[in-house]
Design a protein around this ligand. Structure first.
Ligand code: HEC
Length: 124
């Protein structure tokens, strides 16, 4: 019984560590590829660019592969194509892990943009 408990514990810890590594790798790619310059340093988005923080992992993977392969034909897809074509499957997996786990709360900046847009620059 003890062995089983220890085994399960090790497995849980290693799975967790694996996710952590993927998250960190995703965060690095997000910064190194300049994703933040449009989507915000917290992936919070703005009035011009979609929020990525807290979106579903499956959705993010699907979209990034779609931009990479050129199968998404929205008006501004060409902007993303340029960035997505440099990403490998592993990069996309890591980015999606990072972005889906990134906590998005209403206190994060895109509300601020919203307020500034509608009510002028209020200081927080
Ligand atoms: C130059 C600005 C710019 C940069 C840099 C950029 N994006 Fe985007 N991104 C956009 C725009 C514009 C869209 C909306 C495209 C559309 O209408 O389909 C978008 C859409 C997306 C979407 C889909 C969001 C949704 O709501 O469907 C994902 C996921 C995404 N970007 C991830 C990334 C990642 C990851 C990087 C870095 C590798 C990145 N973007 C870099 C401008 C940018």
């Amino acid at each position: 019984m003890k062995k089983i408990i220890i085994g399960v514990l090790i497995l849980t810890i290693s799975l967790f560590a694996n996710d952590e590594m993927l998250y960190t790798k995703g965060q690095m790619i997000f910064n190194e590829h300049g994703c933040f310059s449009c989507h915000g340093s917290n992936a919070e988005g703005s009035s011009d660019y979609p929020r990525l923080a807290g979106r579903s992992k499956k959705y993010l993977i699907q979209k990034l592969k779609g931009y990479r392969e050129g199968t998404i034909h929205s008006k501004r897809a060409h902007i993303m194509h340029r960035y997505a074509k440099k990403l490998s499957d592993k990069d996309i997996e890591a980015l999606a892990e990072f972005l889906s786990k990134k906590i998005y709360t209403n206190e994060q900046p895109d509300d601020q943009y919203y307020e500034e847009f509608f009510f002028g620059n209020t200081s927080f």
